[in-house]
Design a protein around this ligand. Structure first.
Ligand code: F0G
Length: 395
């Protein structure tokens, strides 16, 4: 049987953690943690076939676009209760007009807004809440710019857990807040930014014994990484040249990179696409770190963008994301709110609705082609992270 354990990501440490409890930072050096596996021997061809066959099944575990790929995330006991809302199985949409406008490039959209709570967070949340349930957790908590909270509230409700949510005061969209309230989360508005709310949560979580489901929880990353398996399957296992994601707390970039690395190591793909992270110009600490060649990230005190989902000044997962860009030969870009608005308008003309943070990816592609950093006719997948109805005030 495959087995899983938590390991520190710091080069100088890399120590295995005590398997009895789920933690978010290394007990020895305080570094970030990731889930590692000793996989059973497998034949990639057979697994691909099994994953494909499961699409015909009516079983909830097979209908989920995350658990359909369960051999990639073997961190719970076989037969354990899966907390799923049929997440994943999102469309890969061709966008000829937007691709022409942004490039010309061959642009496809992986639309994560088609998830049960309307964002990519559901992939990570099914994994994380399932893990929490397997450990007997009764109460989960997160800080959020809105989507994580809506997702946590929904999955916690399904699992019969209480959900505690920290959001920055008057800074998240009404629609996202409404989702969390509707699913019965206890909402506390605290701090002026996501970073302040998250800092406070991290401080009090150990004392109150809260199980934190932000993307610092390594099991979130495990669920989110399955997006690349699904994307490759939809593309008949032919990787694109680039995968572009918006960057906020940088959990998604970390997950996409981990997924790609494992698929390559396991023999499912030959080539690894470059991962490109696009930030909003007013909330771009990761872009700034890379473009100035700084070894450390300098947090931004007052992140500012209308794309509220990615209004983050101190991304928790910057080290993981930095490694991903190194492994894949990727890079980062930033775009103004005006550029995001233009890209969102173009997508809508192409009949693709999304929330502003998601459109940052397409704005980034356009800018990168114009500045010669992306070649014409490149094969690019942009991950659109959230649904059109997530931020109607913006529209
Ligand atoms: N796009 C959307 C729609 C998001 O909600 C987020 C993050 C991101 C992109 C950035 O992803 O953090 O993995 O780099 N939203 C978090 C939240 C922070 O609380 O909902 P990331």
């Amino acid at each position: 049987m495959s087995s899983a354990y938590l390991q520190c990501i710091e080069e100088s440490c890399q120590r295995r953690q005590d398997s009895k409890k789920d933690t978010y930072s290394c007990a020895f050096c305080g570094g970030a943690l990731e889930v590692k596996y000793e996989f059973d021997p497998f034949d990639p061809e057979q697994l691909r076939h099994a994953w494909h066959q499961r699409r015909l099944s009516g079983e909830p575990i097979d209908r989920s676009g995350v658990w359909r790929f369960r051999e990639l995330i073997p961190f719970i006991e076989p037969g354990a209760r899966i907390i799923s809302l049929s997440e994943g199985s999102t469309p890969l949409v061709g966008t000829r007009r937007t691709g022409w406008w942004a490039g010309p490039v061959h642009l496809t959209i992986k639309h994560q807004g088609n998830n049960p709570t309307g964002s990519f967070k559901d992939l990570g949340m099914t994994a994380c809440i399932t893990r929490a349930a397997s450990r007997g957790v009764r109460m989960v908590a997160c800080a959020s710019t809105g989507n994580t909270s809506a997702s946590m509230a929904a999955y916690a409700a399904r699992a019969g857990m209480k959900a505690l949510l920290f959001v920055p005061y008057r800074q998240i969209s009404a629609a996202k807040l409404a989702q969390a309230l509707d699913f019965g989360a206890l909402v506390i508005e605290v701090g002026d930014t996501f970073d302040e709310a998250f800092k406070l949560l991290r401080e009090i979580a150990p004392e109150l014994g809260l199980y934190v489901v932000n993307s610092v929880n390594p099991f979130r990353i495990e669920g989110q990484k399955t997006i690349v398996a699904e994307m490759m399957e939809q593309r008949a296992w032919r990787p694109p040249d680039y995968i572009v994601v918006p960057g906020g707390n940088l959990g998604n970039a970390s997950a996409v990179g981990k997924g790609l690395r494992e698929l390559k190591e396991m023999g499912f793909i030959e080539k690894v696409p470059r991962v490109v992270v696009v930030q909003a110009a007013g909330a771009n600490p990761f872009y700034q770190m890379l473009s100035t060649g700084s070894p450390e990230l300098t947090p931004l005190q007052n992140p500012d963008t209308e794309a509220t989902a990615i209004r983050i000044g101190h991304p928790a997962n910057w080290k993981k994301a930095q490694r991903v860009l190194e492994w894949t030969g990727g890079f980062s870009e930033c775009v103004t709110d005006e550029e995001i608005f233009e890209a969102k308008t173009m997508l809508a003309e192409d009949e693709v609705g999304c929330e502003p943070a998601s459109a940052a990816t397409v704005a980034g592609v356009r800018k990168l082609v114009r500045t010669g950093k992306l070649p014409w006719h490149a094969d690019i997948v942009c991950v659109l992270t959230g649904n059109q109805l997530k931020d109607t005030e913006y529209i």
